[in-house]
Design a protein around this ligand. Structure first.
Ligand SMILES: NC(=O)c1ccc[n+]([C@@H]2O[C@H](COP(=O)([O-])OP(=O)(O)OC[C@H]3O[C@@H](n4cnc5c(N)ncnc54)[C@H](OP(=O)(O)O)[C@@H]3O)[C@@H](O)[C@H]2O)c1
Length: 331
């Protein structure tokens, strides 16, 4: 089968289209004929071997994991002896980051628990765009207790990084919960963020959300572009700040200062610890009820995965970048 393989840490130039052996499912696994797979920041980070924690997990000097790709959608081709939830022919999607990755390929194997049925209303490409980014949004907003707001009292929510995979979903969920939402993005992506229904857009090249005098009940920070104490100033007296990811200097600051801030004020500031596939049913519900829609920017064929990674790495993506995997009638 064809797969995008990398054998050395570095830039997208190290991704190569190769012929490799088709995997065979273990007893609790299914073999998935991959139809679509999306690029996440995590793929980018492992490809580059940063931060160092990724090298501890995926290979110190060279990658043990040779085929990236966690968020896949496809059709089940074969099932292991102990698989109970799926049969051959079922359409599925999910995040395989705890199940061996391997999505940038014609076929991959995954534990049956890493998958759920693909909603009929979504294409493979839309489905593959959702797991990691969509669930970081769901879990981040849940940790920030967004859903617990009284209906009559709209919460002021700010999403920093509103134009990316996480931000485009987070904005829509926050709006569907009745919040007054501010999205922070670059000039070129303001129209996209507006089209998602935000109440206010901040262009971070012209305005600093921590210094404009506004305060928020909840800040979901996908990029970690400001020092923790600046973000604290942008919180209402009992506001919550949830850091999804970004600059490790800010992550380290938060680990140190977060507990102190919680002890000495009513403000809560903490880091999200992502749980793969947790909340996927809720996300599907939001999508099927029309409250949230996947935002897919560009779709590339598997043979152009290198270009797709370059496009993603240049920061041009509006929402998600997806790879589609074509299969000939014989394959
Ligand atoms: N907590 C966990 O357990 C966990 C697990 C996995 C991943 N993560 C994190 O999850 C995040 C994934 O985010 P994603 O999928 O949304 O990434 P993405 O699709 O690459 O989007 C990132 C967005 O950030 C915006 N951005 C860049 N500079 C900015 C700035 N200075 N201010 C505001 N926005 C800025 C970019 O848009 P513009 O062009 O508009 O700037 C881009 O659209 C990463 O931070 C990753 O580290 C966390």
């Amino acid at each position: 089968m064809k797969a995008i393989v990398f054998q050395q840490y570095g830039s997208p130039d190290f991704l190569q289209l190769k012929e490799v052996e088709k995997p065979v499912p273990k007893d609790n696994e299914v073999l998935i004929k991959v139809h679509a797979v999306s690029i996440n920041e995590w793929d980018w980070a492992i490809l580059h071997g940063v931060p160092f924690a990724n090298r501890l997990a995926y290979g110190l000097f060279k990658p043990r994991l040779q085929i990236l790709g966690a968020d896949v959608a496809g059709r089940i081709e074969a099932v292991g002896n102990n698989v109970r939830r799926f049969r051959s022919g079922d359409e599925v999607f999910g995040d395989l980051c705890r199940s061996g990755w391997g999505g940038f390929a014609e076929y991959t194997c995954a534990h049956e628990k890493a998958l759920v049925p693909k909603p009929a209303s979504l294409t493979y490409e839309q489905s593959a765009s959702l797991p990691q980014a969509g669930l970081l949004a769901v879990q981040g907003l849940r940790k920030g207790k967004l859903q617990q707001q009284p209906v009559h009292q709209a919460k002021k929510v700010l999403i920093n990084g509103a134009s990316g995979g996480v931000g485009t979903i987070a904005v829509q969920i926050a709006k569907s919960c009745g919040a007054e939402v501010t999205g922070v993005c670059s000039t070129a992506k303001m129209e996209l963020v507006r089209s998602l229904g935000v109440d206010h857009v901040i262009d971070y090249t012209k305005e600093d959300f921590t210094k404009n005098g506004q305060q928020y009940d909840l800040i979901l920070d996908v990029k970690a572009t400001h020092p923790v104490l600046d973000c604290k100033h942008a919180l209402c007296p009992a506001g919550v700040y949830i850091l999804v990811g970004g600059a490790s200097s800010v992550v380290n600051q938060l680990m140190l200062l977060g507990p102190l801030i919680s002890l000495t004020s009513k403000k809560k500031m903490s880091l999200l610890l992502y749980k793969p596939n947790k909340g996927l049913d809720y996300l599907i519900e939001l999508i099927e009820s029309g409250k949230v829609h996947p935002v897919v920017d560009k779709i590339y064929p598997l043979s152009e995965t290198v270009d797709a990674f370059r496009y993603y790495g240049d920061g041009r993506a509006r929402g998600k970048v997806v790879i589609t995997v074509a299969h000939s009638a014989a394959s």
